[in-house]
Design a protein around this ligand. Sequence first.
Ligand SMILES: [Zn+2]
Length: 147
Amino acid sequence: MCQSYKIACDCNQNMAEIFFGKMVLNETAIEAVYCPQCSRSLDTDRDDRVWDNGWVLEMNMDAVRLYAGSMGISAQALTAARVFDEGYATWVGITPDDTRRRNQERDEIQKLAKTDILAYYEAMKAWGLNREKKFSDEGWRKMRVHR
Ligand SMILES: [Zn+2]
């Protein structure tokens, strides 16, 4: 996925992977990322920050505004939350570190394939369904948008 952009959060303990949908924005639109550990003292009431389960994506609104026309959103109506929810700058997966976690989980299940192929198919199926339910229960923004 060539449009994805990896960025460390402010405290440097976690990584987020950002996806720029519809080929409009690029990494100049991203100012900072905060994980649940480093977002605690942040001001929540700002147009340039979108909150998602403790994670915060802060955008450079001057850079974002340059693309308002391409996004079909008026410059006055532009907020980080809107840009995120419409998919112009969002997580690659459902959560900021979804890709890495998904690969780890899948590797675990794939070990089953060597010993018990039926159990493996069942586990893969259950895993997909459980992931979706878990994300939905946790209330990630992307799950809310899809409802
Ligand atoms: Zn952090």
